[in-house]
Design a protein around this ligand. Sequence first.
Ligand SMILES: NC(=O)c1ccc[n+]([C@@H]2O[C@H](COP(=O)([O-])OP(=O)(O)OC[C@H]3O[C@@H](n4cnc5c(N)ncnc54)[C@H](OP(=O)(O)O)[C@@H]3O)[C@@H](O)[C@H]2O)c1
Length: 350
Amino acid sequence: MSSTTPETTAELHLTQQGGPFKLTQVPNTPSPPANQARLRLHAIGLNLLDKKQLDYGLFIPQYPFVLGGEGAGIVEAVGPDVKDFQPGDEVIAILSGKMRGFDWGGAYAERSNVLADGGFFAARKPRNVGMGEAASLPVGYLTAVAVIAGSFGTPLAFLPELENAGVVPSSVLVLGGSSVTGAAAIQLLRYAYPSMPIYATSSRHNFDQVKAVGATEVFDYHSPSIVADIKAQTPGSKGVDTIFDFVAAGASQTDICDVLDPAGLKQYGAVVTGVDISVPDGVKYAIKDAYDVSEMKGGGSVFPMLTQLVEEGKYKLPVEVKIEGHGLESIPQAVEKLPKVSGAKLVITL
Ligand SMILES: NC(=O)c1ccc[n+]([C@@H]2O[C@H](COP(=O)([O-])OP(=O)(O)OC[C@H]3O[C@@H](n4cnc5c(N)ncnc54)[C@H](OP(=O)(O)O)[C@@H]3O)[C@@H](O)[C@H]2O)c1
């Protein structure tokens, strides 16, 4: 935190597609806009999207650009219309606003603004986790809810205000059980459905971790017999009702829909990854991202519920959190490691 002053903020600017990054001082706005809060960030969660943005310029309207989708910090100032937060509050936040056309966000900074009302982008930090762990939570949880509830309305009883008109699947296959989002989804499904068969895929060395968040059985996605192996485990070997794909696995595992029960719901919900997936005729397909929660009826109840679930011990860190560095200057090296991360979440502290 050496470079930031009361008048200026250190930001890590991506200067052009492919880099380099440049540590830059920018003047602080005297007061945040009406419904925004200014955060002093203490930890930043890294996401694979950050690396895709660096390499391909995805969702970057102009350079220089401040990357970074999530963080944890302390409210320094609030705009006049903010009712939910006040200076001194510890919060967790979704901070990728600028890539969605908003005038706030970008977590690779020592200060960032966030839309602070409505419950969509900022929530109180759970008291029982530190800043580093807290910064790892928002994107994984919100994306998992977006895919589970947003794709086909699969009800999540702990979110009673969220629209939930879908049919409850009799069984689910989560592709990417050791990914942050996939592990979050397994945990939320298990909490909502204590006895539902939840199958998942990961590398063998992550099986125990994936079972620990609630999977009934885990399968190695490198195995050539994975489709038959999963089907054989399902009740009556009929197959699963619904697939949730958190890692675009369907793009390479092109026969994965053969695990669907032909007499079942035949649903395939995927997270937006930038990779196209095609499913056979007759399979219902939906693709969602974290921001879709803010468009759902009752979406404002989702992020605040994360705080409650963590404090009540009902939602734990879905994967191990690795503090990969300290200070904005440690980010460029950490971002390069993202594609090789297995069953963990990288966080930078400030
Ligand atoms: N649009 C959005 O709102 C949004 C939000 C979050 C994430 N995403 C996207 O969703 C994807 C996942 O993000 P994340 O943060 O959860 O990723 P992550 O944790 O970095 O994903 C790494 C994990 O993916 C697993 N994996 C890779 N290929 C797999 C396959 N074919 N089958 C099963 N598992 C596989 C690896 O498992 P093993 O190590 O066990 O092999 C590894 O643990 C990324 O593409 C990301 O950009 C989008």
